[in-house]
Structure formats: C-alpha cells, structure tokens
Design a protein around this ligand. Structure first.
Ligand SMILES: Cc1cc2nc3c(=O)[nH]c(=O)nc-3n(C[C@H](O)[C@H](O)[C@H](O)COP(=O)(O)OP(=O)(O)OC[C@H]3O[C@@H](n4cnc5c(N)ncnc54)[C@H](O)[C@@H]3O)c2cc1C
Length: 509
C-alpha cells in the first residue's frame, strides 16, 4: 500500500499496517524535523492509542511533560480540572469534586513531584498513568511536536516492511477506464543536484493523510474547511506557570489563550485571534498589537514578562488556521483510495484533540482492515464495507471531541454576545461546582459516550439560566421581574441550541 504524509496519522497507520504484514511505501515531502505550533499536547486517550499501537516509546526520550488535566483562568478567578480517576478496566470513576478538592489534588501532586524529582518541572518519561495506585488517573503528555514526529518516523524507518521516500506527491494515478486510484505521482528532488524528477508509486490501496492543507481533499470529498480564527504561537522560556503539569486555558477578556509546558524549559503560548478581530487590524498594531494590548493583560501576572520577552524579537508569531471540517464517509466514489487524518476531519484545537482522534482512527482501522478480515486490500468492496463500519465506529470518540471543541470554542471566545457570555459564566460555575470528571473524561478521549456530552451541555445551559435569573431577581422588584427572566431564559436556551445542535447534526451523517 501507499501512504501519503508521514505526520501523526500517516506514520501511525504505516507502522500499524506494516506490523500486520503489509508492504508499505510511506511518502513524505519533508523529512527534516518539523518546526510547527501544532500537535503538542497528547490527551490520555491518545497516549492509550499509542500504547495499543505499540508506539508508546515515541513519547519517551523527548523531554515530554506529563499533563494531569486543565487549569482554567476566568477573569480573575481560576479552577483546576484534573483528568478523572479510572478503574482498573479503564472505566471513568465519576465523583463531584468538592470545591477546592481539585486544587488540593494538584498541590499534593506537585509536592510529590518536588520530593521525588528534586525539581518542580517534572519532565517524565515513564508510564502515562500516575503511579499512586490508590488514586489512579490517566495522564497526557505535552512535547515539541517535531520531536514526537521524528520518533514516529524513526519507528517507520526501522520497520522492515516500510519504505520511506522523501518526495512530494502531486497527483493521483487513475485507471484508464475507471476512476479507481492505482497509486500516486510525485516529484523527488535530488539532494545533491537539486534536480526534480517525477516518480510513480503503485499500491493495492492508497491512503492520503496530507494534513490540514490537503491537496486532494476537494477532489475526493468536495469539501473545504471553515476557519473563524487563527492560533498565533510563542515559545516562552522558563515561564513560571502554576500549577505545573496542567494545560492552562485563559478565558474572559481576550479570545482564548492556551499555555502548556512542552519541555523542561519551554512553554507554548497559543493566542486565538478571530479573523475579523478589530484589535488585530493593521491600524491597531496587527497581531502583535492584539497580543500586547488585549491578550497580555488577560494573562496571570507571573506569565506576562515571559510573553513580552518572547515578543521582543519584533517578528509576527507563527500562525495556523483553526479549521473546522466535519468528517466525510469514505463512500469510495474513488475506489482504491482513502482520505484520512486532518485531511478528512478537523476541529478547533482549543481542546487539543486532533492527534487523539487520528491515533484512535488508526486503532479502529487495525481491526477493520486486518489481514484476517481483508486479506487483499485491492478488494475494493471489502474495503468499502470496512470503511462504512469505520465511519460510525469512530464517532464514539471523534464526535465527542469534535462537538466539544467547536461548542467550547463558541462559549470561550464570546466577548460581545450577551447570551454566550451568560453561558460562559454558567460553564465556569459548573466546573467550579466540581462536575468535571465526565467532561474531562470526554475531552481527554477516555470517556466515549456522546449522550453524556449532550446532558452536560444542557445542564450547563440550565445552570447559566438559573444563575442569570437569580442575578436579575436580586435587588428592587425581586420576583416581579420573573417575565423578564423567562424571556432571557428562552433566549439563552435558543443560543445554546444554535451553538450545539448544528455541530451535532454534522456528526450524525
Ligand atoms: C494551532 C494548532 C494546534 C494544535 N494543537 C494540538 C494539540 O495540542 N493536540 C492535538 O492532539 N492536536 C492538536 N492539533 C491538531 C493536530 O496537529 C492534527 O490533528 C494532527 O497533526 C493531524 O495529523 P495528520 O497526520 O492528519 O496531519 P499532519 O500531522 O499535518 O501530517 C501531514 C503530513 O503530510 C505531509 N504532506 C503534506 N502534503 C504532502 C504531499 N503533497 N506529499 C507528501 N507529503 C505531504 C506533511 O509534510 C506532513 O508531514 C493542533 C492543530 C492546530 C492547527
């Protein structure tokens, strides 16, 4: 088979198929270590998939940092959301954290790390499960994306059934009398002479995983991603980020900001900037002006000097579009080819779920396209049947991560929309009340029950309505203002439906 793109999906898929005895050609346009601001926090569900694929060593020896959950800063308040505890069979234990309980947990975690490592940085390489068995919680990992990719590529280069070729794929090769894809055409550059020569690769099945800017997406699916904002990334050096071992989300006065440690000394800061953001217009100083004037004041005071130091080089920070692309069933209009990974499905990176979805997809394919079920990958009917099952089976994880990312982004990015701001406050209050195990279990890819997501989302909406109603009824006229409360309740509920239901609908197809 031919796999296009040695990114997260392509490497994991090539390695899995090769380990099942298939002969794989893995084609990548650029084999040097990628220097990108994407794919730096792997959720516990992704770590678990890596383990299932026999690739868990790829997060070792790269100065990866364990991640125990999230820390949300909302205006001047903050709350810690640890990943939930799990039972021995991986089932999520659900409990309501008492107020402050999560913070006690994070403090005891940091104390334990300081006493075992002699350092609070806690760069860890071993198992992705917290060692204290009485309190077993899954862990994520954050790292430099390029280092992780190079480990995945090394695993492929060392595999006897994989041939890795540095070449840029330009076209699919189709049969003369049908649209069946037989392989791909590419351009290879000679390292010494820099001469470009065409190359041709043929396989029983071609898998295209060429990422967010896929050259082949439109031809194969007819779809284009939608982006409402971009993430601009800075690398902060020795940033005093507390609590350690958590991904940090800053919401309220600026569009969401993410902060997470990616190495013993490096922290990634990602600033979401809406495409129509007036504070990022040329007249207002562009993106650098937005970061300095809007984002930096929203950050915890201890973090601000590191951000200003990273901005001091005067350059525009690296950026990436935050795309939304609902999944497409691989109906095999074009037999012989599959489009997968980010090329087929993307969601806002706010919740760091893309790699977890990609690795989980590979785990599902390892079962559905196993040589015992599909001995010959050239059997297009057998592949089509397997992909029909794939489309629905992946949803237990991918739909949750897709819908959650889009819905939370709408809530967390709200600065001018009154109803969304009310929902935002409701969401923060919900977390503060300690209802975090299931939401965090879903975000981290370990709890896979889409209906649980709907129940939490609408509970947040009703809590927001209740809090807002209570605010209105305070003060003069008290409960006489009930008609106003009822009207506001309808508007808030309507807004929640507008955020949640259209995204859900795209997942039901
Ligand atoms: C700003 C941002 C931050 C993110 N942060 C996170 C995060 O913290 N955690 C997370 O889980 N996900 C995150 N994601 C999403 C994650 O990066 C992607 O879901 C993941 O990288 C998808 O893997 P992929 O293999 O499909 O694509 P990629 O990893 O992009 O790989 C595609 C590969 O194909 C190669 N290629 C492209 N075209 C060709 C061609 N014509 N010929 C040959 N090779 C080609 C590319 O060079 C690349 O190596 C983030 C995304 C963005 C935009």
């Amino acid at each position: 088979m031919v796999v296009v793109g040695a990114g997260v999906f392509g490497c994991a898929a090539a390695h899995m198929f090769a380990s099942q005895g298939r002969a794989v050609m893995l084609l990548e346009r650029w084999m040097n270590e990628p220097d990108r601001i994407v794919g730096e926090l792997l959720q516990p569900g992704g770590v678990e998939s890596l383990r299932k694929l026999g690739l868990e060593s790829c997060v070792e020896g790269i100065d990866a940092i364990p991640c125990y959950g999230y820390h949300v800063v909302y205006h001047k308040e903050d709350v810690i959301l640890p990943y939930p505890e799990t039972e021995a069979d991986g089932k999520v234990k659900v409990a309501v954290q008492r107020r402050g309980g999560a913070r006690d947990y994070s403090e005891s975690l940091n104390r334990a790390k300081r006493s075992t490592n002699g350092s609070a940085n806690g760069s860890a390489n071993g198992s992705a499960r917290e060692s204290d068995k009485s309190n077993q919680r899954e862990e994520g990992r954050s790292f430099h994306h390029g280092r992780f990719i190079m480990k995945l590529r090394k695993a492929c280069l060392n595999h006897p059934n994989i041939t890795v070729v540095e070449t840029e794929v330009t076209k699919m090769i189709k049969g003369e009398h049908s649209s069946e894809v037989l392989g791909v055409e590419s351009v290879t550059i000679d390292k010494e002479t820099r001469k470009k020569t065409p190359d041709y690769f043929f396989g029983q099945l071609t898998i295209i995983a060429d990422g967010y800017g896929s050259k082949f997406r439109e031809e194969l699916t007819g779809k284009k991603p939608i982006a409402r904002s971009k993430f601009y990334g800075l690398e902060l050096i020795d940033c005093p980020l507390e609590p350690k071992g958590f991904g940090h989300v800053v919401i309220g006065n600026a569009s969401p900001i993410l902060l997470y440690q990616i190495g013993a000394h490096e922290t990634r800061a990602l600033f979401d900037v809406p495409l129509d953001e007036p504070a990022a217009s040329a007249a207002a100083g562009g993106v650098r002006g937005y970061i300095q004037n809007v984002a930096v004041p929203a950050l915890p005071a201890a973090v601000r000097p590191s951000v200003l130091a990273a901005l001091a080089d005067g350059r525009i920070p690296k950026s990436m579009p935050n795309s939304w692309l609902p999944p497409t069933a691989q109906a095999q209009r074009h037999r012989g080819v599959l489009l997968l990974g980010d090329a087929m499905n993307m969601r806002h990176p706010l919740t760091g779920g893309g790699m977890t979805v990609a690795l989980h997809d590979v785990v599902i394919l390892s079962e559905l396209l196993h040589p015992d079920r599909v001995p010959n990958l050239g059997d297009a009917d057998a592949v089509r049947d397997a992909m029909k099952v794939f489309h629905w089976r992946r949803k237990s994880l991918s739909s949750i991560i897709n819908v959650m990312a889009q819905a939370l982004y709408s809530l967390f990015a709200a600065r001018d929309d009154r109803q969304l701001q009310i929902l935002q406050r409701g969401c923060y209050d919900y977390f503060e009340r300690g209802y975090t195990d299931e939401p965090l279990g879903m975000m981290s890819g370990i709890l896979r029950e889409p209906l649980v997501l709907a129940s939490h989302f609408f509970t947040v909406a009703f809590l927001a309505i209740y809090l807002h109603g209570a605010d209105i009824c305070k003060g003069p006229l008290g409960y006489w203002k009930f008609p106003w409360v009822a009207l506001e309740a309808v508007l808030i509920l309507w807004r929640a439906c507008v955020v949640f239901l259209p995204v859900c609908w795209t997942e039901l197809r």
